[in-house]
Design a protein around this ligand. Structure first.
Ligand SMILES: [Zn+2]
Length: 174
């Protein structure tokens, strides 16, 4: 009798986990992941700002577009601006080396950079106390252009994707 109960309980637990898993997959139709034990390649290297507010949003967004566990990551304060600025030249040098590593080790095909709104780096590097939303969007657009051109010249085999994230985690069309 006890054995039967344990068996029933085990079956119930298994059914429960299958149910949870199938629901999870259904609600995230783009959620694709690689077998961590056998994977050798990644689709991209992703560069984000260091800002604590958007760490989870960036991961969720990348999962939603099918990049789960399929990118190398790199953090630079200001993302594109961190790369473009010339005050700290080691920042761009270090990212370049990591892009080369990602290409050699994981055969990446793409560089994805995610800037975000109300980024503190913009106030620091542009030496402004306040930046309006419109002004900040224009500055991100300028930095996207410079970043895409520089990366495109240095790494002609890699596609460059520039994204701007709002503080609610949504991507802004620019
Ligand atoms: Zn930032």
């Amino acid at each position: 009798m006890t054995k039967l109960l344990i068996l029933q309980l085990l079956i119930a637990i298994i059914v429960y986990f299958i149910y949870i898993k199938s629901n999870f997959i259904n609600s995230n139709s783009n959620f694709i992941t690689q077998d961590q034990m056998t994977a050798h390649h990644a689709k991209a290297i992703v560069i984000t700002c260091m800002d604590f507010r958007l760490i989870d949003d960036a991961v969720r967004y990348l999962d939603s577009i099918g990049y789960n566990n399929n990118y190398d990551e790199f953090i630079l304060a200001g993302a594109t601006l961190g790369y473009n600025q010339t005050k700290f030249t080691a920042w761009a040098e270090t990212l370049d080396k990591h892009i080369e590593l990602a290409e050699n080790l994981h055969d990446i095909k793409e560089v994805i950079v995610i800037d975000h709104m109300q980024c503190g780096a913009y106030k620091i590097f542009y030496n402004k106390k306040e930046i309006s939303r419109e002004e900040e969007i224009e500055l991100h657009k300028e930095n996207f252009k410079i970043f895409a051109k520089t990366i495109g010249t240095k790494y002609p085999n890699l596609k460059v994707r520039t994204l701007l994230m709002d503080l609610d985690g949504k991507i802004i069309n620019v």
